[in-house]
Write a protein that binds this ligand. Structure first.
Ligand code: PNS
Length: 168
């Protein structure tokens, strides 16, 4: 059984992520979308919220599972018995970081391979941080994230701004 992991922060999930999820789940028997709970970085959405959004937008794809993880990706891969890590490559600027990560993971466990999938041209500029920034300035994010995510991003940013005002 070819089980792969597509790991990431997904803060929030974008159409670029959806493109990789769709295409990599079509060539694997099971795709586990691993959602990082990173204690050293404060995300916009909690891991539970990110998992919920991902479950909603992938509910039609039968062989996709959304699972949160903490710690090393390679340990998570061993736990869920996945042999392949899938990462999307948008442009050459992604390459150095991705290469370092793939080579480090391979050193830690040579039995687990990283495979790169080039992101569709339509999404090569897109990132979660760009989406967060556009939303923070009141811009339209409907071209970048699924419908169900738009409202959650705008509400979260509105809530954050109210909180920031209160603490001024
Ligand atoms: O969506 P992102 O933020 O680009 O995803 C990065 C992610 C989650 C794949 C990466 O940060 C990760 O694997 N973190 C877990 C910690 C780890 O294993 N680090 C060693 C790899 S060099």
């Amino acid at each position: 059984m070819l089980r792969a992991i597509y790991p990431g922060s997904f803060d929030p999930v974008t159409f670029g992520h959806m493109d990789i999820i769709r295409r990599s789940s079509a060539i694997t028997e099971e795709l586990i979308v691993g959602v990082l709970q990173n204690k050293s970085k404060i995300p916009l959405f909690s891991v539970e919220e990110r998992v919920r959004m991902l479950k909603e937008v992938t509910k039609e794809i039968k062989n996709v599972k959304i699972v949160p993880f903490e710690g090393l990706l390679i340990d998570f891969a061993r736990e869920v018995e996945a042999k392949v890590i899938v990462r999307g490559l948008r442009a050459v600027t992604d390459f150095e970081y991705e290469l370092q990560m793939a080579q480090t993971n391979h050193k830690l466990n040579p039995e687990i391979e990283t495979m790169f999938m080039t992101t569709g041209l339509d999404y090569s500029y897109l990132s979660s941080s760009v989406v967060r920034e556009i939303a923070a300035f009141g811009g339209d994010i409907s071209q970048f994230v699924p419908e169900s995510v738009i409202k959650q991003v705008t509400e979260k940013i509105k809530g954050k701004k109210i909180q920031e005002k209160r603490s001024e």
